[in-house]
Design a protein around this ligand. Structure first.
Ligand code: SF4
Length: 298
């Protein structure tokens, strides 16, 4: 029998907080857990089954694997594992591999088309199975990398939502590992000895930009040990008035803010600084929201 380790306790705490913060799971939900066979999705399923046992909220779990017919995919591994832990599951077989190989030119990365095809199939499966939520195994490092990719290459201040309704409004995607760090998940996967299926069976070129930003964060972490928690905190601590998006803040009516400066408290310049520039506060690490720091760093 698996003894609960520190890693598991930490991950469960983070998953519980993410579920609560973003109201991911409600009474009566049927959660479809997408299991690819990688460390993230194994950890997601394992911990959600634990949450299901402990939670006062009643919800069902259905594990779903999409067999994309990649060469060498070990078809028996997931059914055997899922049967051994007694969880309801469904294996969906769709040859997206051939479709992607046919449409993507040689040397280009397959991931974009592959992900779109997979998403469509999983959304349809969730509807067929009456699932009210679709749980994915993305974690904090995926959220950080997506945020930096959008910042550096797309020109958008946008990360990866912890909960998302599909455009058609028919599916709701949740990411219960949103606060968990990849290294903790990797550690847990080793402890649990999950039967990991390698993720390079498709033969896709690696996504070089994503790998680069992940490396960048790791390089910067040597100088700024709290960089990951700081970025995650920043994503939950946005000051719209200090950005340049006129949709986010009513700059048209900023004037009343200036009139609110109290009189007789230092120079006008100092008061103006206080109103318009909180940058020092946000740069001081120990001002980072303690609750998030605690959940991300400990
Ligand atoms: S790595 Fe392969 S299986 Fe994964 S998204 Fe990219 S193309 Fe699809």
């Amino acid at each position: 029998m698996f003894v609960e380790t520190k890693t598991k306790t930490k991950l469960l705490k983070k998953m519980g907080k993410a579920i609560a913060d973003f109201k991911m799971i409600e009474e009566g939900d049927k959660v479809m857990v997408c299991l690819s066979g990688g460390k993230d999705s194994f950890t997601l399923l394992d911990l959600l089954l634990d949450v299901q046992k402990r939670s006062p909220v009643n919800f069902e779990i259905l594990a779903v694997n999409l067999d994309q017919k990649q060469p060498g995919f070990p078809e028996h591994v997931l059914p055997e594992y899922l049967s051994s832990i007694g969880v309801d599951f469904r294996i969906v077989e769709e040859d997206t591999y051939s479709v992607v190989k046919h449409h993507v030119p040689e040397g280009k990365t397959f991931c974009s088309l592959c992900s779109r095809l997979r998403r469509g199939i999983l959304y349809t499966t969730a509807i067929e199975e009456g699932c009210t939520k679709i749980a994915l195994g993305h974690h904090a490092d995926d959220i950080i990398a997506t945020f930096l990719l959008n910042l550096f290459f797309v020109g958008q201040l946008k990360a990866m939502p912890p909960i998302l309704r599909s455009d058609a409004g028919t599916n709701t995607v949740i990411r219960p590992l949103a606060y968990a760090q990849e290294k903790e998940i990797a550690q847990y996967a080793v402890e649990r000895e999950f039967p990991i299926i390698p993720c390079n069976l498709c033969g896709s070129q690696p996504n070089l930009k994503r790998a680069r930003v992940k490396d960048l964060v790791s390089e910067l972490e040597k100088e700024i040990p709290f960089i990951r928690s700081s970025i995650m905190t920043a994503l939950s601590n946005v000051t719209g008035s200090h950005l340049l998006d006129t949709k986010l803040y009513d700059f048209e009516n900023f004037e009343p803010l200036i009139k609110k400066i109290p009189e007789g408290h230092g120079s006008v310049e100092k008061e103006l600084d206080a109103v318009f520039d909180h940058s020092e506060e946000t740069l001081i690490p120990n001002r980072i929201q303690p609750v998030v720091i605690e959940s991300l760093v400990t």
